[in-house]
Design a protein around this ligand. Structure first.
Ligand SMILES: [Fe+2]
Ligand SMILES: [Fe+2]
Length: 166
């Protein structure tokens, strides 16, 4: 098994996850400030799940006797408009799905099936995140931005997904 190759793939994923945590918390603050409470809460829930991904990846890096580089892959983009926020978040999730699928294949080629499984778990979770953002964007397109404001009076975004895993 090529440990160093896996460690480098895992650390690259840590960087992407940290960037997602920062970006989603930025969206959380601003959507809350604009009065879009349920969508703001959705971003907070998913940011916490991305933090869980950092932990999963970090545990695997340490198991492989590497160290975790806690550096974000890039700066936060200052997007404030709700639909543009969702478009950005969906692009990040799609990028994650593609990157982690490739990483899973590389880990398999390097005979590191445990790291492969970590990446496969992340692929499933990121597809779930994409789907939740996609549903919100679809509703904005169908009903307009007033959908987000009205939603604030009728419960959480994503049909009460509070505490939902994935
Ligand atoms: Fe993630
Ligand atoms: Fe995600």
């Amino acid at each position: 098994m090529a440990r160093s190759k896996s460690i480098s793939l895992l650390n690259k994923a840590v960087a992407d996850e940290l960037q997602a945590v920062h970006q989603y918390m930025y969206f959380h603050f601003h959507l809350d400030d604009q009065g879009f409470k349920p969508l703001s809460q959705l971003f907070k829930r998913i940011a916490i799940q991305e933090m869980g991904h950092v932990e999963l990846l970090a545990e695997r890096v340490l198991f492989l006797k590497g160290d975790v580089e806690m550096v974000s892959a890039g700066p936060v983009e200052k997007i404030l408009e709700p639909e543009a926020i969702l478009v950005k978040a969906m692009a990040m999730e799609e990028d994650g799905v593609r990157t982690y699928n490739e990483a899973a294949l590389e880990c398999a080629a390097n005979a590191d099936s445990a790291s492969k499984q970590v990446f496969e778990q992340l692929v499933l979770d990121e597809e779930g995140h994409f789907d939740q953002y996609d549903k919100q964007r679809d509703n904005i397109q169908r009903f307009g931005l007033s959908y987000l404001a009205l939603q604030s009076f009728s419960g959480p975004a994503g049909g009460g997904a509070e505490g939902q895993a994935g």
